[in-house]
Design a protein around this ligand. Structure first.
Ligand code: C2O
Ligand code: CU
Length: 439
C-alpha cells in the first residue's frame, strides 16, 4: 500500500485468521488476514492514516517501529489501548527529512506484545529514498517465527521460554517456509530484511553471492560496505545489495551465541533452543538464464550525521539485569524471573528519564545478566560509539551478556513521552518498558 499525494490511508483489521504455514493449517492472528500484514510505502513528509479495528479477544494497539515521529496523541503512542471490538484512528506524520529505510509495525500493548507478535501481527514499512539505488528489483523479506500446537494454534510460551525469549519452531519469510526467488546473473537486487521474530536473533549468510550493506535500521550508508554475514537482533532491519551470480544460494540463519541462563529450572538452559544449533534455511535464490546488463553504479548517499563529535549534555548508565525475585503481579513459576532496568520494573506512571529537547545524550548500557538483551528506544535513533568508521543509526542495540555498549542519542524537536525496553518481547512484557520524556 503506497501513499498518494502525501497521504497513506489504510484500514487494518487485527483478527484471527486461518492460513497455511508450510502446508499446515494454522490459526494465527494477522493484520488484514495475511502474514505479514500489508507493506506500507511512504516518503518523508507523508501522513499515515491507519484505522485499526481490534477483532481479537485481547487489547491491542500499533507501534511504527523505528519511525522518527511524534509519540503523542494518536501518533506512535505506546499507551493507546484498543479494547476488543473497538477501533482507533492513528495519524502518524513523518518529518520532511525523515531518513529512508526499512521499518515495521506491530502491536505494543503492554502485557500482550510477545503473544500478539508471535501469533502473526506484524508488517513492513518502507520509507522510500528520494534518490533510490539503481536495482533490478527490491524484495522486502519479513522474517518471523511461530510454534504451532497439535491443533494449529500458536503454542503458549513456557516459563523457560519467557525467561530466555521464545523461539518459534517454524521460521518464515513473508509467511512462507523457505520460499524460492529467482534472478538473472548480473542483476542487482535490494533486500530489505526485517527481523520480526519475538526473540530470535538472525545471523544471515547467502552462500555464493556477494553482499553489500546499504543501511541498518535507519538511513542509508554513504557507501555500501562489503560483508559476508550480518546479525539482526529482534527488531533490527538491514538493507543489502545482492549482485546476483549464477547458481543456487540459500539465505541461512546460522547459530548465534546469545548467552544462556545457567542454573535455571535445574540445569543449564543453553540447549533450550535446539534450533540454535543448526543453520536454518530461510529462502532459496536461483540465479539462472542469460546474463543481465551491467547495472548502473551505486551513487554515493549523503553523509550521515556523526554524533561522536557532538557536545554531550548528559551521561547516564542503564543497567539491564535479570533476577530471581518476585516481580510485580507475578505468581507461581513466573515469580522466578524478574527483569529490571536500573533495578526497577515497568510503571506506566513513572518517568525514568527526562531529557531536554535539542540535546545529545550519552548512555552506557550495561548488562549484568548471562544473556544478550537488545535494547530498543522508540522515536529517537541511537548511534553506537565504537562502531568503526561509518557510524550507522540504529533503533535496536544489542547489549552482550555481561557486556556494555555506549550509545549517543540525538533528541531533537520531536517531544513526548515514550518507552525504551528489551526487544526480546517476553522481557518487554515482563516489565521492561520505561519512559523517556523530552520536554
Ligand atoms: Cu518493536 Cu517498543 O517495539
Ligand atoms: Cu532482554
Amino acid at each position: 500500500v503506497a501513499s498518494r499525494d502525501g497521504v497513506l490511508d489504510l484500514e487494518l483489521v487485527a483478527a484471527p485468521a486461518r492460513v497455511k504455514i508450510g502446508g499446515r493449517n494454522a490459526n494465527v492472528q494477522a493484520f488484514n488476514g495475511t502474514l505479514p500484514g500489508p507493506t506500507l510505502r511512504v516518503r518523508g513528509g507523508d501522513t499515515i492514516r491507519v484505522a485499526i479495528a481490534n477483532e481479537l479477544d485481547t487489547p491491542t494497539n500499533l507501534h511504527v517501529h523505528g519511525l522518527h515521529v511524534s509519540p503523542e496523541g494518536n501518533g506512535d503512542n505506546p499507551f493507546v489501548s484498543i479494547s476488543p471490538g473497538e477501533s482507533f484512528d492513528y495519524e502518524i506524520v513523518l518529518p520532511n527529512d525523515h531518513p529512508p529505510g526499512t521499518f515495521w509495525y506491530h502491536p505494543h500493548h503492554h502485557g500482550h506484545v510477545a503473544d500478539q507478535l508471535a501469533a502473526g501481527l506484524y508488517g513492513a514499512i518502507v520509507v522510500e529514498d528520494p534518490e533510490p539505488v539503481p536495482v533490478s528489483r527490491e524484495r522486502t523479506l519479513v522474517v518471523s517465527d511461530i510454534t504451532l500446537d497439535g491443533t494449529g494454534n500458536p503454542a503458549a510460551a513456557s516459563p523457560p521460554e519467557k525467561m530466555m525469549g521464545r523461539q518459534g519452531e517454524i521460521v518464515m519469510v513473508n509467511g512462507q517456509v523457505r520460499p524460492r526467488a529467482t534472478a538473472s546473473p548480473g542483476e542487482r537486487e535490494q533486500w530489505r530484511i526485517v527481523n520480526a521474530c519475538p526473540s530470535r536473533y538472525l545471523r544471515l549468510t547467502l552462500d555464493g553471492q556477494s553482499l553489500r550493506l546499504l543501511g541498518r535500521d535507519t538511513g542509508r550508508l554513504p557507501e555500501p560496505v562489503d560483508l559476508t554475514e550480518v546479525t539482526l537482533a529482534p527488531g533490527n532491519r538491514v538493507e543489502l545489495l545482492v549482485d546476483a551470480r549464477q547458481g543456487t544460494s540459500t539465505l541461512l540463519s546460522i547459530p548465534v551465541d546469545r548467552g544462556a541462563m545457567p542454573g535455571m529450572m535445574g540445569g543449564p538452559m543453553a540447549g533450550a533452543f535446539p534450533a540454535d544449533d543448526e543453520p536454518i534455511g530461510l529462502l532459496t535464490l536461483d540465479v539462472t538464464g542469460p546474463p543481465a546488463d551491467e547495472p548502473d553504479p551505486v551513487p554515493a548517499g549523503p553523509a550521515l550525521r556523526d554524533l561522536r563529535t557532538a557536545p554531550v549534555t548528559a551521561r547516564r548508565t542503564l543497567e539491564f539485569a535479570m533476577g530471581m525475585g518476585l516481580g510485580r503481579g507475578m505468581r507461581g513459576a513466573e515469580s522466578m524471573m524478574s527483569f529490571t532496568i536500573n533495578g526497577r520494573q515497568f510503571d506506566a506512571d513513572r518517568n525514568d528519564i527526562t531529557v531536554r529537547a535539542r540535546t545529545v545524550e550519552e548512555w552506557t548500557l550495561t548488562n549484568t545478566s548471562p544473556m544478550d538483551h537488545p535494547m530498543h528506544l522508540h522515536v529517537w535513533p541511537m548511534q553506537v560509539l565504537d562502531d568503526g568508521e561509518s557510524p550507522t543509526w540504529q533503533d535496536v542495540v544489542n547489549i552482550p551478556a555481561f557486556g556494555r555498549v555506549t550509545i549517543r542519542v540525538a533528541f531533537d524537536d520531536i517531544v513526548g513521552r515514550t518507552v525504551y525496553h528489551c526487544h526480546i518481547l517476553d522481557h518487554e512484557d515482563l516489565g521492561t518498558a520505561w519512559i523517556a520524556a523530552p520536554s
